[in-house]
Design a protein. Structure first.
Length: 102
């Protein structure tokens, strides 16, 4: 048997993993964001806590793909803007690659 707080904590642990003291923060952010990633707005099954790596300030929750993407660009807004410009202004050079099966 568990008290109400323990039951609630077990529910949060099942949803957000073993985030310890951050479980409640995950739950609040998840609710605030409507269960959607802060970048792509897709529904998240295992959200990740995104934060500024210099100041350690929490920004919100992201799906794994968006979290990895921001990490690859080192959270550099200028570099992300350059990447955006590159993909929107470069239609291609006319060479096609084969699609992978599967």
């Amino acid at each position: 048997t568990c008290c109400v707080q323990c039951l609630e904590d077990k529910k949060l642990a099942a949803r957000f993993g073993t985030a310890g003291p951050y479980r409640q923060l995950y739950a609040e952010l998840y609710e605030r964001q409507g269960g959607r990633c802060g970048v792509c707005l897709k529904s998240m099954s295992r959200p990740l806590l995104d934060h500024n790596h210099e100041t350690m300030e929490v920004r919100g929750l992201l799906c794994s793909n968006c979290n990895v993407g921001l990490g690859q660009f080192k959270d550099n807004a200028d570099l992300l803007m350059k990447a955006h410009k590159y993909i929107t202004e470069n239609a291609g050079i006319g060479i096609m690659v084969k699609k992978r099966k599967g």
